[in-house]
Design a protein around this ligand. Structure first.
Ligand code: ZN
Length: 837
């Protein structure tokens, strides 16, 4: 919803600007993720996914996909996202299948895809290889066991070897020490006994061993650890071990004593540990904290496993992308993500693209039974390309789901067919997505773009933040703390949801989302609704729609000139913010303009003109200004909140069929008027200060009292004099008089100094009620004051509390004393004015 809102803001604005805009909606098969969800659902019904016949399993997945596609379409519609449904694509539709096969075959022929036996991240629960990016590392507690490997020649003692995975000892082919480690130099070449299995292995030297870890001797299990595998490759004289763990993580093979075969790795660890203890081979156990990788999908620990898989050579694909981003040909927004991006791209590893799951694109490889070679073709072959045999076996694996989605920018436009869309819309302009898939998707799309189209797939990437709930947890379907967007839309409306996603929390940072922002957004939309409703009676039927900014009379009211200038500034800010990919800055500018300038200030000030109390010319100016600004503001707001703006626009005099198709306003069509903005300040300030004084003096809301202002200078004096009526009306003061610089202060008045000068207000006659209220407030303040003073007098507090806290407390005491003093003045004045007590 967050990503779609940002995309819709960009798409709607581009459309209104007359730029050919296409937003292709699509659905990803999400292979492994989908299969995991289906497996979870079936297991709740007591069905084991892995035991289903292939066809039935695929049917279950298809059912899941249909349900979710319907829900995603419904959510996209309910959110009001202006996608082009006629161009809907799916990563498993025939066009995508064709494109994915073409890409595989092309890369294979270019030598950029290869099959190899490599150490992969194996998920023993889902029984598939997964990519490095799908492994989540975290520190976990475990136990480091120090074991004795006895000398094979029967001499006393042995080597001390530390391990957290005693169940893997059955796969040992050697014990390695560092070549410079003097402790072991004499033992190199000797043999030790692998505990519990009786096999003899050699003590070898290898520079990969860390002499500081454990006792400095490392058991070498090449098929189950990456470092060990590399050591094994450097020592071809060592035996070639079998896999001692099967694809479910259970002990297996002839190297494992029969009593352990079939044990799951967890059970095997406890059992082996117990047996080692019983055999007296455990020297000591030490609690040990280390980083454990778990599968993002199944959450079980990853098993490093030597396995034959398909890989993409990434370094050659990454090189042009690194250059492009460095040159600014593709921009990352916000730019702070570049560092993370380059770090990954420059150390990029080959991409393991084969998955041992059911759901996904078939790998377009057939192996020949006769000659053993591979035939790699886009169209499934009928005969071996090498020997002509018809005995072909399809590769049983499927492709990683990202292997089809990395092609999206051109496949969604019709590639490999030379479609009109592809010619017209590729390269695209913007990609909006979450930064959590920066490497899964964004970087790979860039690589595919340069490799297969020779140009960038998009010019800008915008990364949204991650939403959190109000207690700070990341919103996730998995945690169940993410509300269903359809529920939120039913309760609050799509526009409130959309606005709350970009304001007030910056859309590109991780911010809380919940009732608070939603309430704020709804209140804003109500304010907008009300200002239009207020305006309607002043825009009678037959009022022509605004063509451009009103040409005001030379004597036009200050508020009209001021509003137009404020509008112009807002429009500029919105344009600049969206161009800089700062949707929140644009929303903030619009919020402030509508709420404060238009609804709170302008409408209040211009009411007299709109009611016709200031003559025909003022009425005409105010109407034209109001209508123009409303029309243009609705256009600027439309990409954010399309429903309410469309509705309101139709209620106003307008030309055109839909606001969505109306032209985006050019800020410069409306002249800026800096003088009007400067002149408006004293007017707004004087009203604010006089209202503050009224509140402090407890003037009855309906009462009109006398007021005086001593302006700070001749310019301010001139503006205030010309706006006297407005100030009197808005601050409910009369008469308002202006004092000369040397005139004495009016007696008995509250005073405040503001940037505009000094304001004075006639002190109202005190009544018994107000005096009573003042007495009560004074007592309350005295009590707080007493406690604050006591705290400050406590030397312990002064010693312990940070200097800032002490300063704040002192500040507060001064403020309280001041308030008590003012109340005392009131009470004295009240008593002398003879109010009945
Ligand atoms: Zn063959």
């Amino acid at each position: 919803m967050l990503g779609d809102t940002v995309m819709d803001v960009l798409a709607r604005r581009a459309r209104m600007r007359g730029i050919p805009t296409v937003w292709v909606p699509g659905l990803d098969a999400a292979g492994l993720a989908t299969q995991v969800e289906v497996r979870r659902r079936l297991s709740k019904q007591g069905v084991v996914f892995d035991e289903l016949p292939r066809e039935e399993a695929l049917l279950e997945i298809e059912k899941w996909k249909e349900e979710h596609e319907a829900r995603i379409r419904e959510q996209t519609r309910a959110g009001g996202f202006s996608v082009d449904w006629g161009r809907f694509r799916y990563t498993m539709d025939p066009g995508s299948v064709r494109a994915t096969r073409e890409v595989f075959v092309t890369l294979y022929r270019q030598g950029l895809i290869y099959r190899g036996e490599r150490m992969v991240n194996w998920d023993p629960k889902l029984r598939t290889a997964i990519s490095d990016l799908e492994v989540v590392y975290a520190e976990e507690e475990s136990t480091l066991l120090y074991l004795t490997y006895r000398w094979a020649d029967g001499s006393p003692g042995g080597l001390e070897v530390a391990t957290v995975r005693p169940e893997t000892i059955f796969g040992d082919v050697a014990v390695a020490v560092h070549p410079d480690d003097a402790r072991y130099r004499a033992h190199l070449g000797r043999e030790v006994v692998v505990p519990l299995s009786g096999r003899h292995v050699k003590v070898i030297a290898d520079p990969a061993v860390d002499p500081e870890f454990g006792a400095g001797a490392l058991k070498v299990t090449p098929r189950h650890d990456l470092v060990d595998h590399e050591i094994g490759e450097r020592h071809p004289e060592l035996p070639q071990p079998p896999d001692i763990l099967d694809d479910r993580g259970r002990l297996t093979s002839s190297w494992v004593p029969p009593e352990y075969v079939g044990l799951d790795r967890e059970a095997a660890r406890s059992r082996v540990t117990e047996d080692l203890e019983r055999a007296g081979l455990v020297v000591r156990r030490v609690p040990f904290r280390h980083s454990v990788g778990r599968s993002e999908r199944s959450e079980v620990p990853i098993e490093p496993r030597l396995s034959t898989q398909w890989f993409v050579r990434m370094a050659p694909l990454a090189a042009p992308v690194i250059d492009a981003v460095r040159r600014g040909e593709i921009r990352l927004n916000p730019a702070r993500w570049e560092l993370t991006f380059f770090r990954w791209m420059e150390g990029i590893q080959d991409w393991c693209i084969s998955r041992q799951v059911l759901w996904g694109h078939a790998i377009p490889v057939h192996r020949c039974r006769a000659c053993g070679r591979d035939t790699v073709e886009v169209d499934p072959p009928v005969a071996c390309a090498h020997c002509g045999s018809r005995e072909l076996v399809a590769d049983p694996d499927v492709l990683d789901a990202w292997f089809s989605s990395w092609l999206w920018p051109f496949v969604a436009l019709g590639w490999p067919e030379p479609t009109a869309d592809l010619a017209h819309y590729y390269p695209t302009s913007v990609l909006v997505t979450g930064r959590d898939i920066m490497f899964f998707w964004v970087a790979r799309m860039m690589m595919a773009g340069y490799q297969f189209r020779g140009v960038r797939p998009f010019s800008d990437v915008y990364f949204t933040g991650m939403l959190r709930d109000e207690s700070g947890h990341r919103l996730s379907k998995h945690l169940g703390n993410s509300p269903d967007p359809l529920d939120v839309i039913r309760e609050r409306g799509a526009d409130a949801l959309r606005f709350a996603l970009v304001f007030p929390n910056p859309a590109d940072e991780d911010g809380p989302f919940g009732p608070g922002p939603l309430d704020g957004a709804r209140n804003f939309l109500t304010k907008l609704w009300n200002v239009v409703r207020f305006s309607l009676p002043f825009l009678p039927p037959g009022t022509p729609p605004p063509r451009g900014p009103p040409s005001l009379a030379p004597t036009a009211a200050l508020e009209d000139r001021w509003l137009l200038s404020r509008y112009r500034r807002t429009a500029e800010e919105v344009d600049a913010a969206i161009a800089a990919f700062e949707p929140t800055r644009a929303a903030t500018a619009l919020y402030g303009f509508v709420w404060h300038d238009l609804a709170d200030r302008y409408v209040e000030i211009a009411k007299e003109s709109l009611l016709g109390h200031r003559g025909e010319a003022a009425l005409r100016d105010a109407r034209a200004t109001l209508l123009y600004v409303l029309d243009r503001t609705l256009r600027l707001l439309h990409p954010f909140v399309p429903h309410v703006t469309e509705e309101l626009w139709h209620a106003l005099p307008h030309s055109g069929e839909l606001l969505a198709l109306a032209a985006w306003p050019r800020p410069d069509e409306c002249p800026a008027d800096p003088l009007a903005e400067v002149e408006m300040e004293p007017l707004l300030d004087s009203v604010r200060w006089l209202r503050n004084l009224r509140a402090e003096e407890r003037v009855e809301p309906g009462a009109t009292v006398r007021a005086w202002i001593r302006p700070s200078g001749p310019e301010v004096a001139r503006v205030l004099a010309s706006e006297r009526r407005t100030i009197e009306r808005l601050a409910k003061v009369a008469p308002l008089e202006f004092l000369a610089p040397d005139a004495p202060a009016p007696p008995g008045s509250g005073t405040r100094v503001a940037s505009l000068g000094e304001c004075f207000l006639e002190r109202p006659a005190a009544t018994a009620a107000t005096l009573g209220a003042l007495e009560r407030e004074r007592a309350k303040l005295e009590e707080i004051l007493r406690r604050s003073r006591a705290r400050l007098a406590d030397p312990g507090f002064r010693a312990r509390a940070p200097a800032e806290v002490v300063r704040e407390s002192e500040e507060k005491v001064r403020e309280l004393e001041d308030r008590v003093r003012r109340i005392d003045e009131h009470l004295k004045a009240g008593a002398s004015s003879g109010a009945p007590a």
